[in-house]
Design a protein around this ligand. Structure first.
Ligand SMILES: [Zn+2]
Length: 330
């Protein structure tokens, strides 16, 4: 699998100690290098055309481009004079990721800053421009599926496509944490009703719960939606070693989930799939998950505890089924 990266992604820094830091990507590159996988790296060109306005308002883009030292939210999302340029380079990476996926080249895009908390006219939660949403609009297809397995609800992506039946948004996340959205009954509105799917897991949900969500919700809805392209918001902050959220997924579960979505893409849309990095703050597990996804060989994993063997998230999956069964055969 190809890996999209650009050195500019390392230049984005928040002041002080911040979990969303360049060391995340550095560790992934070191891990890929140790497995002789850096040969898979490809680099985006900076896109001249303003593709960000496929999603974001002119007013928001203007504000972001002129900020020099400010915060978009309570102190979590810093904007320096460089932020806008680096965020645009992440968007360029998302565009390359979509181009590669359309050419049937599965790929992982190691984007920084991440994007799924950014809406049309707002940023926050370490996000400025919504990379995956811009990629979905840029693809210009009738049916794009975004599967968001970051442990936070992608409120920005959800808002952007909430009334759009052409972009199916499915999110699994830890219920009750930032940004506080993503309940199972939020199913979309107007012609987009039924095309917004939330699986808000309770604390502790892990491998067996994710497997259940894949089998009972994600697989059947993707089959019925019949996407022409699948984009994955890949966040690993639901890992048991990641203290940012309270889910208990293992590295193997993330790799298996990635493979399951890839095999669905093979079946449903000629293998057109890409994975775009969102969160993931426990650096060693993040690095081994990405390496495990990129590698063709099974690799030795360090973080393999299967903590949730008994479907702690079963009730959440049932709630989602109840909310969505009038739109999909579940
Ligand atoms: Zn997250």
């Amino acid at each position: 699998m190809k890996v999209i990266f650009h050195p500019r992604y390392m230049d984005h820094r928040h002041p002080g100690t911040h979990p969303e830091r360049p060391e995340r990507l550095e560790a992934i590159l070191v891990k890929l290098d140790s497995l002789s996988l850096v040969k898979n790296l490809i680099f985006p060109e900076e896109i001249e055309e303003n593709v960000s306005n496929l999603v974001h308002t002119e007013g928001y883009l203007r504000a972001l481009s002129t900020m020099t030292s400010d915060y978009l939210d309570g102190g979590d999302t810093f904007v320096s004079s460089e932020t806008y340029e680096i965020a645009k380079m992440a968007v360029s990476g998302a565009i390359l990721s979509v181009d590669e996926a359309m050419a049937k080249n599965k790929n992982v895009a190691l984007l920084r800053p991440p994007g799924h908390h950014a809406g049309a006219d707002y940023g926050g939660g370490f996000c400025y421009l919504n990379n995956i949403a811009i990629g979905a609009r840029y693809a210009d297809l009738d049916r794009v599926a975004i599967v968001d397995i970051d442990s936070h609800h992608g409120n920005g992506t959800s808002d952007i496509f909430y009334s759009d039946p052409g972009v199916l948004y499915i999110s699994t996340h830890h219920h009750g944490i930032y940004p506080g959205t993503g309940v199972s009954v939020a199913v979309g509105e107007n012609s987009g009703e039924g095309y917004n799917v939330n699986v808000p897991f309770s604390t502790g949900a892990g491998d067996s719960s994710m497997k259940l969500a894949l089998e009972d919700i994600i697989d059947p809805i993707l089959r019925q939606f019949s996407p022409q392209l699948i984009l994955v918001s890949l966040g690993t902050d639901g890992h048991y070693a990641d203290v940012m959220t309270g889910l208990s997924l293992s590295s193997q579960c993330y790799i298996d989930t990635g493979e399951k979505l890839a095999s669905l893409a093979d079946e449903l849309c000629g293998g057109r799939i890409s994975y775009m990095l969102e969160g993931g703050y426990h650096i060693p597990s993040l690095a081994e998950i990405i390496a495990g996804m990129v590698s063709d060989e099974p690799m030795n994993l360090e973080f393999t505890k299967n903590i949730d063997k008994n479907k702690k998230g079963e009730e959440s999956v049932l709630d989602t089924t109840n909310a969505l069964h009038r739109y999909w055969d579940l």
